[in-house]
Structures are given as structure tokens and as C-alpha cells.
Design a protein around this ligand. Structure first.
Ligand code: FES
Length: 112
């Protein structure tokens, strides 16, 4: 299914939601499935790290949006659970976030 969002809703350094995708702009537009692999927080409410990764709004897990893999596990109280972050990171090697294709159509972004 195709989703669309106005490009003006996704200025550089921001993330928003479009259907089942979190759509962001880290200098390049990207779209990934929006449920965090940790406890399912909505990644559309996340933020962009300085290195361009997508950061979960709930516990700070960080995703490489080009591969969909978690590159840093959950932080805060969860970071103190040995192996937990590593477990989720391993999971996303097998089950990375789904990635959508973003196409610019005039002032609209189309996500497939
Ligand atoms: S729900 Fe995303 S890091 Fe916990």
C-alpha cells in the first residue's frame, strides 16, 4: 500500500508517521516500519541522532535506517539488564525494521 506525506512535514532532522512507516530525513529521506523491536514504541515519534540513525522515543534504541538494524540497544533501566540490548540487536539482524522506498513527487513524498 502506498502512503504519502507532505515533504514540508519532514524537514531535515525530523521524523513523522505515514501509515505503517516512520518517515524521516537525515539528509536523505527514509522510511522504516514504525514499531520499535524492543517494546513496540512508535518510532514516528523518534529523533535523528547526529550520525543519521533513528532513535526510539521510549528507551533510546538506535537504528541504522539503511539496514533496519538496531545499532544501540535500549538505554536507561534497560541498559542495566545484561545481554538485553545485545539480544535485541541480534534479533534485528534476523528481523530488521522493514524499509520503505521514498519517492519525491513535487512537494509530496510517496512511500511504498
Ligand atoms: S520501546 Fe524502543 S527502546 Fe524500548
Amino acid at each position: 500500500m502506498t502512503h504519502s506525506v507532505p515533504a514540508s512535514d519532514v524537514p531535515e532532522g525530523s521524523v513523522t508517521g505515514a501509515g505503517r512507516y516512520a518517515v524521516g530525513n537525515n539528509g536523505t529521506y527514509f522510511a522504516v516500519s514504525r514499531r520499535c523491536r524492543h517494546l513496540g514504541a512508535d518510532l514516528a515519534g523518534g529523533s535523528i541522532a547526529r550520525d543519521g540513525c533513528l532513535v526510539c522515543p521510549r528507551h533510546g534504541a538506535t537504528y541504522d535506517v539503511t539496514t533496519g538494524r538496531m545499532v544501540r540497544g535500549p538505554q536507561g533501566a534497560f541498559a542495566k539488564v545484561p545481554g538485553l540490548g545485545a539480544g535485541f540487536k541480534a534479533l534485528t539482524k534476523l528481523l530488521p525494521l522493514a524499509r520503505g522506498t521514498v519517492t519525491e513527487k513535487g512537494s509530496t513524498l510517496q512511500i511504498d
